[in-house]
Design a protein around this ligand. Sequence first.
Ligand code: SF4
Length: 177
Amino acid sequence: MLVHVCCAHCAAYTINHWREQRYDVSAFWYNPNIHPYTEHERRLEAMKALAGQLDFPLIVSEDYEMVDYFRRVVGHEGERCRYCFQMRLSRTAQVARERDFGAFTTTLLISPHQKHELIHEIGTGIAEEMDIEFLYADLRKRYSDSRRLTKPLELYRQQYCGCVYSEWERYANIKIE
Ligand code: SF4
């Protein structure tokens, strides 16, 4: 199976979870929603370190595609997560199909800060459209366990979801509608 990974701290428990279900797990990094680019690179470095520690294959997309992200989101800022999930999960499903994986999922499903039902809806829709299985698990109760796993590794830990809008919301304590 191919797991879309958004950050090391959400990946740690999620990767272990699917391995315990006896899946052969590879990870896929594609996150054009992480801004600015230097932040994207810091999170990617943390992910590479985790892949080394937990010994799982990590496929890194060469496409950052930040411009494409903004082209989709501008004018729909209050609904931006839908476009963001769609972009990341459809690329994951596409790569999974190209490389003969049998199923895909995402580490976003462990985060209580994400729009969980929307991720489920989008993942299921893409699975039907692209004829590949979307593996769903509600791992939100294990969010803090995942962070406990990465604590001793002292990996970079982000302070906001990813996009510039989320950074503004976090530090200005506002909500974009
Ligand atoms: S808040 Fe997070 S999930 Fe929503 S659009 Fe921004 S980066 Fe994507």
